[in-house]
Design a protein around this ligand. Structure first.
Ligand SMILES: [Zn+2]
Length: 365
């Protein structure tokens, strides 16, 4: 059972889920391989030791680029050997709570629950020293949307989450006209991990909270420009009214979009630092249920309302498959070192298309 407390309502307008939905329609139809017990029996060394605070700063350049790029969206093939040559072992100065090694019992119990997919290897973390050497920066505007739909009498904060379809279409048309093209957060994370600078004028479109209008209204507009997006869905809200259905998630993935992890309940994760099993299940179970629904483990994470701290980030980093996590503001260029605090540009309905292009252009400089 989820314990709901200390709710920070920055992303108002969503229905608060009452608990994990482990019986959403369609999941039992999924045929996914059961994980080998060994895959989850222990936490790999790369992630067993969280990296401490982001205060440790980069100073050297990694001497090589990793190979072995996962292309199927299933992080099972994630390279596990990315440690720049000659890098000394790090001295970790802060020790956030180690990720629990026990498998969460809420969902996907190996050997018991048939929806359990193959658990991918956790994304390897560079050592503190290699982070200290990372100088490669990425300049990829990441746009943050919630809802694309006509207004329907909403009031208050909920209104600010809505961008009418015609406005969204004009914004996307302007970006396309200015030469921009989309990549997903997963693709950006992979580029960051492998040290490949995305093509010029790449940008990312994200939708938070998994509303169904992201499929019914936003998707056709994106398709008309040849764009794709990353949809951050709340695990317990899949298949709920007004939210994305399993078939829609699958359709999105089939056409090149990405389904990202926005936790199970959309609660502020920070209080759960004192309840490590709860913190883990909020993050891990959402990945597991998405993997069971669409056959692809999420590679990208979004903190509810953007709230995070060192301990939350350590748990996100320890979650199999996750490479990057987005926050709700910031303008710093992306680096591997801040991949768990990726900045975004929140797009309001009042932002004129030409001004959006200007913002994106400025971001690239
Ligand atoms: Zn949200």
């Amino acid at each position: 059972m989820l314990i709901v407390a200390l709710v920070a309502v920055a992303d108002a307008g969503i229905d608060r889920p009452k608990g994990p939905s482990s019986s959403a329609p369609g999941r039992s139809e999924i045929a996914v391989a059961k994980p080998a017990d060994s895959a989850i029996a222990s936490t790999p060394a790369e992630t067993a030791t969280p990296t401490g605070t982001r205060a440790e700063t980069p100073t050297e350049t990694p001497s090589g680029k990793p190979t072995g790029t996962p292309t199927t969206g299933t992080p099972a093939g994630t390279p596990t050997t990315w440690t720049p040559a000659g890098t000394p072992q790090p001295t970790v100065s802060a020790t956030p709570p180690a990720a629990p090694t026990a498998f969460p019992a809420v969902l996907c119990d190996p050997g018991v629950d048939e929806i359990c997919g193959t658990v991918p290897a956790p994304t390897p973390l560079p050592s503190e020293k290699s982070l200290a050497n990372m100088v490669l920066k990425f300049h990829v505007p990441i746009l943050e949307y919630h809802r694309v739909k006509p207004y329907a009498g909403e009031t208050g904060y909920a209104v600010s989450l809505i961008v009418p379809p015609e406005t969204f279409a004009a914004q996307m048309k302007a970006m396309a006209g200015a030469g921009y093209h989309t990549i997903t957060m997963g693709e950006l994370g992979e580029d960051m991990r492998t040290g490949i600078q995305p093509a010029p004028k790449s940008f990312v479109v994200t939708f938070d909270d998994g509303y169904e209008d992201g499929y019914t209204y936003a998707r056709p507009i994106l398709q008309s420009e040849g764009f794709v997006a990353t949809y951050f869905v709340i695990g317990s809200m899949i298949d709920h009214p007004d939210h994305l259905k399993v078939a829609e998630l699958r359709s999105l993935v089939a056409s090149g979009n990405e389904i990202g992890n926005h936790t199970m309940s959309h609660e502020d994760l920070r209080p759960y630092v004192l309840k490590p099993e709860k913190l883990k299940s909020e993050i891990y179970d959402a990945s597991a249920i998405i993997a069971a629904d669409v056959g692809v483990w999420p590679r990208s994470f979004c903190y509810p309302a953007g709230f995070t701290n060192t301990w939350v980030e350590a748990e996100v980093a320890a979650t199999p498959g996750i490479e990057t996590a987005v926050i709700q503001s910031g303008h710093q260029p992306e680096t591997w070192g801040n991949r768990l605090e990726m900045p975004r540009i929140r797009v309001s309905p009042a932002l004129r298309p030409a001004d959006l292009v200007t913002k994106a252009d400025l971001y690239l400089k």
